[in-house]
Ligand binder design. Structure first.
Ligand code: ADP
Ligand code: MG
Length: 362
């Protein structure tokens, strides 16, 4: 199923502009996420697609047909919410088959379908249990199963994993990915968790204040963010934002040259975005920026080093330390002074005023 949103807008009765005219084309079989901070309009967008909210203006097309006036029940869409909303007095099996029997399927046929789905989700042994006897993860799988048995042509999922603990979330994430790879059902998935979005998505839609900031595959979104907001929202620890200037010979920060790249049509001040893994630490004798490793955060395979730059406050825009990712097997010494270089080809440049990405040339 394809979904197209054209200049879609939702202003609630109290005047809240939740969705401010968004355009989005969702392809057949695609797993696309709506990602952004709380309140940016993700749920509203999903509910507009489902038909649970009426657009203030703009159009929604499903498989090329405008559905603005089509009832939610006639849109062939299955929604999975953050709160599972299972019926407590029914068993897992009954919860999963209810929609099917209501739709007129025989009990036998409905059970057969539910059983097949339960197998996919590893729920076979739990079908006789009521939700009260199931763990959070099991309940969420039943809720997912209830959506899956309907063979929808599209899933709309609103933070379906956010109530689960970390380990379960990881398991379910893999499970969702596996199911999507097998069935290729178009899925629109809402999350505020950038890692989840990167892991699951064919494409990520980054939203802020009711507007789309960027749509792209995970590699593109991470490597070539359209603006400072996207750059900072994606990635953990977040990108280093560095106040820099365009000079005749390239780019400088704190009066020291940090790059030979050229920024055409610049007005002088820019913001450099450098991911923690794109900082190279060298000896204190080298030219360029220098700093002191003040502390580290071991993460297992990698270590994050927090480097206080000479003029840190002046140079760093979003925090006090330059954050550097280092392989755990590399040796670093807390308290030592290091030279700092950036991987030029992976740097991002943003206009210091607008925050929009600007191209550089070598
Ligand atoms: P998200 O899912 O990204 O957290 P929502 O789509 O739920 O964001 O909300 C977007 C904005 O619209 C928020 O400011 C929220 O408070 C507001 N909002 C959501 N639902 C309603 C409603 N029914 N009436 C008024 N404002 C609403
Ligand atoms: Mg929401």
């Amino acid at each position: 199923m394809t979904v197209s949103l054209k200049n879609l807008r939702k202003t609630f009765a109290d005047g809240t502009d939740a969705v401010k005219g968004i355009d989005l084309d969702i392809e057949q079989g695609e797993f696309i996420t709506l990602l952004g901070p709380s309140g940016c309009g993700k749920t509203t967008t999903l509910r507009l697609i489902a038909g649970l909210e009426e657009p203030t203006s703009g159009e929604i097309y499903i498989n090329g047909r405008q559905v603005n006036d089509v009832d939610p029940g006639d849109r062939d869409i299955a929604m999975v919410f953050q709160s599972y909303a299972l019926y407590p007095h029914m068993t897992a099996l009954q919860n999963m088959t209810l929609n099917l029997t209501v739709a007129g399927l025989s009990k036998e046929a409905a059970n057969k379908k539910a059983l097949a789905t339960a197998r996919t989700l590893g729920l076979e042994d739990l079908l006789d249990k009521k939700p009260g006897k199931l763990s959070g993860g099991q309940r969420q799988r039943v809720a997912l199963g209830r959506a899956m048995v309907r063979d929808p042509v599209c899933y709309l999922m609103d933070e379906p994993l956010s109530n689960l603990d970390l380990k379960l979330r990881e398991l379910m994430r893999t499970e969702l990915k596996r199911i999507h790879k097998k069935d290729k059902v178009t899925t629109v998935y809402v999350t505020h968790d950038q890692a989840e979005a990167l892991i699951l998505s064919d494409r990520v839609t980054v939203m802020k204040d009711g507007e789309i900031q960027q749509v792209g595959d995970p590699v593109e979104i991470y490597g070539n963010p359209a603006n400072e907001f996207v750059a900072e929202f994606i990635g953990s620890p977040s990108i280093n934002l560095i106040r820099a200037d365009i000079t005749e010979n390239g780019i400088s920060a704190g009066g020291l040259q940090v790059s030979t790249r050229n920024v055409p049509a610049g007005n002088g001040a820019i913001t450099l975005g450098v991911r923690p893994e794109d900082v190279i630490l060298g000896t204190a004798e080298s030219d360029g920026l220098k700093g002191k490793i003040e502390f580290t955060e071991p993460q297992g395979g990698i270590v994050h080093a927090f480097v206080k730059l000479e003029q840190s406050e002046k140079i760093l825009k979003n925090r006090d330390y330059l954050v550097v990712s280092i392989d755990v097997h590399e040796s670093i010494e807390i308290g030592s002074t290091v030279g700092i270089q950036f991987r030029e080809e992976r740097m991002n440049c943003f206009d210091a005023q607008s925050g929009q990405s600007i191209e550089t040339t070598s």
